[in-house]
Design a protein around this ligand. Structure first.
Ligand code: NAD
Length: 439
């Protein structure tokens, strides 16, 4: 099938490459010329495991190509996927500028039936706005053309995006036209062989399903972080509590890790956007507000612990950071807890020596060259001469370091473990001063 994808970010590029991998003819369009030039040269602008091989293979086979030309993009695909960003607006609501710009592009150039499939995370009612925008422009062009607008929210996880797309837990298809559902069923059949995971529903429910999923996941994290803060005050160990409650199948062990807060491009913005949507329809979503507030506070906990340990005397000190990405296996630093910590440390006059296996270029892009930030080539180089170590992202490479060497390199043997990846008793036994989250 012929498919066009608007947006070549984490969602668009993965979607395009995976759809090409099963034999489709995919054209990816982006307004970012530099990104498209890099993709045409075979460079992958983001870090996502296995994506490079997938893109290279399908580009070489002629099934995956790239363009900045909107007319070419709209002419290409029966399916027109929208996978552009929906960043938070100033008031927390989702900014639909890019989604509506793509709708306008499609309407300006279409000359035949098109299925517009929205993969971006968008508030309930957006499909109607996309439809209206297309209709308006077609009317202006004096064209009467048939088209459908489908909500097909994406659930892939950065760091496991290719795998998630290839083996999805569910494929949500929101449309009011049963014939379109069947076309999407055919399109997704290669990813839906083991058992039927395609769930068809109306458009508005599909749009809400995406926010509901992210809000539930964010709630689990904020719940555990709240309990972690309480455990600390009660001299209990949240990690023991986690294991204790996870054994109940109604709760389960998944996604109940306490830590230094959730980040990334999705949970923070989606919780805020859903809360905002609720407000617009006259409902105060108090649980969502609390989930967000607990998370904001949690992102500052590591700094509070560091500040407390040094009695507020942070000026001129150097803190080593392990992990900059908002979670392991990605280079994405959007809303990452590391940023809150670094910015607080800098404000207090401290310097940072950081290491991340893949996100250091992204850190350089965000912060540029600055005296109080050293990006070190290895975890051990980051701790060289530092007053303390803070672990912010639970990359595998940080899980079992050479502790005696670490103790040697640190000016003081103190570790702030923002992800509870170490055993406090073992570390204390080795002479470290250990701070965890909720233990
Ligand atoms: P991203 O920022 O990585 O990529 C968006 C891309 O869209 C950019 O390359 C940008 O240049 C391009 N773009 C902007 N306007 C355009 C236009 N008019 N025409 C063509 N391209 C345009 O974003 P992302 O992380 O891939 O997220 C995209 C959407 O998917 C968002 O709504 C997000 O909430 C949702 N989502 C993201 C994830 C994730 O893990 N990143 C998971 C599920 C859903």
């Amino acid at each position: 099938m012929k498919i066009t994808i608007f947006g070549t970010g984490y969602v668009g590029l993965v979607t395009g490459a995976c759809l090409a991998e099963v034999g489709n003819d995919v054209l990816c369009m982006d307004v970012d010329r530099d990104k498209i030039d890099r993709l045409k040269r075979g460079e992958i602008p983001i870090y996502e495991p296995d994506l490079d091989k997938l893109v290279a293979r399908n580009a070489a086979a002629g099934r995956l190509s790239f363009t900045t030309d909107p007319a070419e993009a709209v002419a290409h695909g029966l399916f027109q996927f929208i996978a552009v960003g929906t960043p938070p607006d100033e008031d927390g609501s989702a900014d639909l500028r890019h989604v509506l710009a793509v709708a306008a592009t499609i309407a300006e150039h279409m000359d035949d039936y098109r299925i517009v499939v929205n993969k971006s995370t968008v508030p309930v009612g957006t499909a109607d706005r996309v439809r209206d925008r297309i209709q308006e422009i077609l009317a202006r062009r004096g064209k009467v053309l048939e088209f459908d607008v489908v909500s097909n929210p994406e659930f892939l996880k950065e760091g496991a995006a290719v795998d998630d797309f290839m083996k999805p837990d569910r494929i949500i298809v929101g449309t009011d036209n049963p014939r379109t559902t069947e076309l999407l069923r055919v399109l997704y059949a290669p990813f839906n062989r083991n058992h039927d995971r395609l769930i068809a529903m109306d458009v508005r429910s599909a749009e809400l399903t995406k926010y509901a999923a992210n809000a539930m996941l964010a709630t689990k994290i904020s719940f555990m972080n709240e309990l972690a803060n309480l455990a600390e005050k009660l001299d209990a160990d949240i990690e023991k509590v986690r294991v204790g409650i996870g054994s109940d199948p109604r709760i389960g062990y998944h996604f109940i890790y306490p830590g230094c807060g959730y980040g990334g491009s999705c949970f923070p913005k989606d919780v805020k956007a859903l809360e905002r949507t609720a407000r617009e329809v006259g409902y105060e979503a108090r649980l969502l507000q609390a989930v967000e507030q607990v998370n904001e506070q949690q992102k500052r906990r590591l700094f509070e612990k560091i500040h407390g340990h040094f009695n507020g005397d942070l000026a001129g000190r150097t803190i080593a950071l392990w992990g900059l990405a908002f979670k392991p296996n990605t280079d994405d630093m959007r809303e990452a807890p590391s940023r809150v910590l670094m910015e607080q440390l800098w404000q207090a006059g401290a310097r940072v020596r950081a290491h991340d296996p893949v996100a250091m270029d992204e850190a350089r892009r965000i912060y540029g060259e600055r005296e109080d930030l050293v990006l070190a080539d290895s975890p051990m180089e980051a701790v060289e001469g530092a007053d303390a170590l803070a672990v912010v992202t639970e990359w595998r490479v940080f899980r079992s370091p050479d502790f005696p060497a670490l103790r040697e390199k640190l000016k003081q043997p103190v570790i702030f473990d923002g992800r509870n990846i170490y055993d406090p008793a073992i570390l204390r036994g080795m002479g470290f001063h250990y701070y965890g989250m909720g233990r």
